[in-house]
Ligand binder design. Sequence first.
Ligand code: BGC
Length: 754
Amino acid sequence: MKRDISKIIEQMTLEEKASLCSGSDFWHTQAIERLGIPAVMLSDGPHGLRKQEGEGDHLGLNESIQAVCFPAACALACSFDTELAGEVGKTLGEECQAEDLSVLLGPAVNIKRSPLCGRNFEYFSEDPLLAGKMAAAYIRGVQSWDVGTSVKHFAANNQEYRRMTCSSEVDERTLREIYFPAFEIAVKEAQPKTIMCSYNKINGTYSADNEWLLNKVLREEWGFEGYVVTDWGAVSDRVRGIRAGLDLEMPSSGGVNDARIISAVKNGTLDEALLDQTVERILNVVFSYADHRHPEAVFDRDADHEKAVDAASECAVLLQNNGALPLKENIRVAYIGGFAASPRFQGGGSSHINASKITSALESAKEKGRGVTYAEGFPADRDELDEEKLKEALAAAENADAAVIFAGLPEILEGESYDRKNMKLPAAQNRLITEVAAVQPNTVVVLHNGSPVECPWAPSVSAVLEMYLGGQGVGEACDRILWGEVNPSGKLAETFPLRLEDNPSYLNFPGDGKTVHYAEGVYVGYRYYETKRQPVRWVFGHGLSYTDFSFSSLRLSTEEMNDEDKCLVTVDVTNTGSCFGKEIVQLYISDRTGTFGRPVRELKGFTKVALQPGETKTVAMTITARDLSYYHTELKDWYAASGTYAVQIGRASDDICLQKDLTFRTSKILPMTVDGTTTLGDLMANPKTASVLGQILSQAFGTSAENGNAGMESNDATAQATMMAMPLKSLASFAAMGEEQYQGMIAAFRAALQ
Ligand code: BGC
């Protein structure tokens, strides 16, 4: 059924229109009964439903209904599996229909700039392509049930410290290349019904008032069609917000902002047509849900719990293994650490789910009759080490054939509204791991955390398995992997630096409370570590398997391409080991044109492939000119210089197994302005100015200007380099030009560029 929304708007009074622009309470939109406009409910997300039937809050404090907690984005991203993200989305979409929720507030796609951001567990990656592709798949899944999503937090919300007022100071190129693309991909590939703007300012302007961000970039450039909702309480200037493209204020403004909107229309400072547009966008989304209810939808918590276990099994990353894993069925294993009995499976704050069921690794092992003993060693919720418990843990480890230590971050160290103070595990855990490893050669560490931790003990343990915050099924998923029922297939969606100080944002995070300068620019995550050759603990894209894979026969459909072309990249992947497994093929592009300021390589494609032992499959990915490009702020467009680019296939960001050169030719011409700082080299690089330069030099110095060498015939490379570096203002002084002659020269170059 197609409703005529404009007809409804025509019948609305100014007061009714204004009322629709903010919530009726903490979670609902406003109803206007006389026009048949229903109130619909929005709910957190993203990795489960936090539907609050009683008192609402945005901090995860009050009750919400029992729901199923899926792996948080930090874990889901490591699957590199867009199909899985889509399946999780579909399950959540059906749950929303069954619970009458019109919009699920997620996915959260902000980039992990620093390992310290308190909400990193809710975000996908340090890489925008991975974050964007996973988000788009999730959105398509949820929205396939006619339920909306809200991609958040737009934009540059990469820390919790003073998140509600701080200004993220980011240059445009960095925004376009690092902090925007996850949103851009989500909009272009999945058209989310809503976008949630962030609390913070961007370069001095609140996102909620930012016309460039909302109207220009989001709507005009990317084609976003839905409504923009504030983060809860993020409104700055309500009327300016409407002009900027902000639609729905949440939660309710208690009528205060309705009155402001009404008086702005009455006094002529707000065009009513803009208000109509806002109302139309809100109503479109309200009715796209209200008119498409699915009575067949059910929220089957038991069935969805099983899906959560399966999903978590796909997300685990085996970081290190000298053969201790998988554990052999007939050995005696000591499970140590509070997380074995009560795993940390989700983060704190607005995404907190009232989990319907939680499985621990210990319970799962017992249920399956495995030969496991348990010693608590340290508690899961604080940094504390009781000497007696340590002794028990050491004895248990010594008396077993292997020890598995379940370590991680207590919830108090990591959550919404605050950042971590350091990148360390609790000292008690570090000490216990070191002491256990000294008495038990087969020591395995399992990690439950939402963001990287320093692992100084890594060289002395046999294996490390990263489970992240894997949702309520994390314990059973962990059991499957430890004991070889499932072969781990995740890869890191972020780098684990050796120390916090190695992170590129270190000197500028989190800023002085008023501003935070993103001084590292585009060098975020592996873009920095790889370019700088900075040693790290585990690289972006790293993850081991119980089998082995080989890559061969890299082929490009073309070795030369221009702005409009596409290049199909294919590569064969073979499972050379002895068990079923999945490999993630990563495609990176490396600019070899000599252009300044480009990371050594950037991820431009990935595919997960499942292979039986001995099986080979061909994987195909496509490259476009955009994949070779950087954002040129003067051109105001994406630009790749003509020249050579390496197409690289890797198993991790530092492990490139195959590569081929691609020659690119662009017809885009970079804007050029000529003034006293323009060098002879700049002028030589542009054919239009090169010939004028030749004439000027021959007049000034009496040298010839034949064959485009602009009179610089010297064979002496040093002299040539010196000439090329010379700016026009210096040339004028060497050639003793008068003011008139100098201005004439500048004018001649400018004329040549017309
Ligand atoms: C969070 C959002 C959340 C909202 C509603 C805010 O504090 O930043 O992510 O959706 O609260 O709970």
